[in-house]
Design a protein around this ligand. Structure first.
Ligand SMILES: Cc1ncc(COP(=O)(O)O)c(C=O)c1O
Length: 379
C-alpha cells in the first residue's frame, strides 16, 4: 500500500467490539485478568495499552522499521536510546543538535559516565577523525535545528557500520513522508512527535523506531521499566494527526519553498538557510535523500534588536518555542529553544543573535507572506 493508505489504516482497524471506525480511548490504568495466566494481552497501562500499540504499529510502518515505541516526549524517546549505552561509551553527535539534546548529554548523561563529542556530521572526514576506541554510537540530526545543516545519511551509515557503531537519526524536521533514514542505512530513528507527526500542536510525544528485534527488546524494556510510555489520550491525538501527514507535508513543502524564495531576495534579510535553495551548501545531498525540503527555515536579521523588532510585530505567525504544527510558528533560537547552549558555543555553530527560525504552517501562503512582509517593514 502507499504511504497515505498506511498512515490512515495500519494500526487503525475498526474496533472489534463496536465497529467504531476510530479506536476508542482506553482511559484506564489497569486491565482485569480473566484467570491466572490468562489475559486479553494487557495488564497495566505503563507496560502497554491498545492506543499505544495502535500508534506504534502505524509509526513503525511509516518509517519502515521492525518496531516503534512511543514516549511522553521527544526527549523521553531520545533518553531511551542513550540508555542502550554503558558507562565509558562514547557518542558522536551532530554539532548543532536541538538544545534539549545538548542539555541532556552535557548536563545529565555525562553524570552516568557517558562521553559525547559534537562534530559537524556533514563533513565525513570530521566524523571519521572523531571515532575513538570506545565510540559506540553516531547521533545525527538532519537537517539540524536551527542551522539546517544536512548530513549525508547513507555515507555516515556506511562509515558507522564499518566500525560496528549504532547510527541514530533524529527525523523530526522532515517526518517519514520526506525522509526515511532506515532505508538509507541508519539503525534507529527518533522523533519528536510533538511536531510534524502529530501536527496539531495539542500534545507532546516522542518515538523510537528500531530495525532489529534485539533493539526492540531493549527499548521496550526501557519503556516499561522507566514508565515514560505515551498515555492513551495522547496516543489517540497523534494517531488522529498522523492520518493527514502526507497532505500536510505536501502543503508544508510548497509553503516552505515559497517563503524561502521570498526571504532570499528581501533586502532586510542577510542570509537564508533552507536546504531547498540552490545556495544551501548541502542542497544536492538534500535533493538526493529527501523527498521534499520541508517547512523549517532559518534566516539572519543581523543585530538582536532587529530580530526582536521583527518578532514583536508578527501577527499571524505565532512567537512560540515549538514547530511542525499547522500554524506558522516563529522563534529566536539563541534566546529560546537553544538558550541552554552557552553563547560562545552558539556563535561557533552558527546560532547568531539575529537568527530567526520559522516553521511554516499550512495557512494560505499569501497571508503568511503578507504577515512577514509587514513585520520586516518595521525593522
Ligand atoms: C529536532 C528535535 N528533536 C527533539 C526535540 C525534543 O522533542 P520534545 O520537545 O517533544 O521533547 C525537539 C524539540 O523541539 C526537536 O526540535
Amino acid at each position: 500500500m502507499g504511504f497515505s493508505t498506511d498512515a490512515i489504516h495500519v494500526g487503525q482497524e475498526p474496533d472489534a467490539l463496536t465497529g467504531s471506525i476510530v479506536a476508542p480511548i482506553y482511559q484506564t490504568s489497569t486491565y482485569v485478568i480473566e484467570e491466572m495466566g490468562k489475559s486479553k494481552g494487557y495488564d497495566y497501562a505503563r507496560t502497554n495499552h491498545p492506543n499505544r500499540k495502535a500508534l506504534e504499529r502505524t509509526i513503525a510502518k511509516l518509517e519502515g522499521g521492525h518496531a516503534a515505541y512511543v514516549f511522553t516526549s521527544g526527549m523521553a524517546a531520545i533518553d531511551a536510546v542513550f540508555r542502550l549505552l554503558r558507562p565509558g561509551d562514547h557518542t558522536i553527535l551532530s554539532q548543532s543538535v536541538y538544545g534539549g539534546v545538548f542539555r541532556i548529554t552535557t548536563q545529565l548523561l555525562v553524570q552516568f559516565g557517558l562521553e559525547f563529542s559534537y562534530v559537524d556530521t556533514s563533513n565525513l572526514e570530521k566524523v571519521r577523525q572523531a571515532i575513538k576506541p570506545n565510540t559506540k554510537m553516531i547521533y545525527v540530526e538532519t537537517p539540524t535545528n536551527p542551522t539546517m545543516i544536512v548530513t549525508d545519511l547513507a555515507a555516515v551509515a556506511k562509515l558507522g557500520h564499518g566500525r560496528n557503531l549504532t547510527v541514530v537519526v533524529d527525523n523530526t524536521f522532515l517526518s517519514p513522508y520526506l525522509q526515511q533514514p532506515l532505508a538509507l542505512g541508519a539503525d534507529i530513528v527518533v522523533h519528536s512527535m510533538t511536531k510534524f507527526l502529530n501536527g496539531h500542536s495539542d500534545c507532546t510525544g516522542g518515538a523510537v523506531i528500531v530495525s532489529t528485534p534485539e533493539q526492540a527488546q531493549k527499548i521496550y524494556f526501557v519503556q516499561r521499566s522507566a514508565g515514560a510510555g505515551l498515555a492513551p489520550m495522547d496516543c489517540f491525538l497523534v494517531s488522529r494527526g498522523v492520518k493527514t501527514l502526507a497532505v500536510r507535508m505536501d502543503r508544508h513543502n510548497s509553503n516552505g519553498m515559497a517563503v524561502a524564495n521570498y526571504l532570499a531576495v528581501h533586502p532586510k534579510v542577510k542570509h537564508v538557510i533552507f536546504p531547498g535553495l540552490a545556495s544551501h551548501p548541502q542542497h544536492e545531498i538534500a535533493k538526493k535523500q529527501q523527498r521534499g525540503f520541508g517547512a523549517m527555515i532559518s534566516f539572519d536579521l543581523g543585530p538582536l534588536e532587529s530580530a526582536k523588532k521583527f518578532l514583536n510585530h508578527v501577527r499571524l505567525c505565532s512567537l512560540a518555542e515549538s514547530l511542525g504544527g499547522v500554524e506558522t510558528l516563529i522563534s529566536l533560537p539563541a534566546l529560546m529553544t537553544h538558550a541552554s547552549i552557552p553563547p560562545e558555543i552558539q556563535m561557533q555553530i552558527g546560532i547568531t543573535q539575529g537568527l530567526v527560525r520559522l516553521s511554516v504552517g499550512i495557512e494560505d501562503i499569501e497571508d503568511i507572506i503578507a504577515d512577514l512582509d509587514q513585520a520586516l517593514a518595521q525593522i
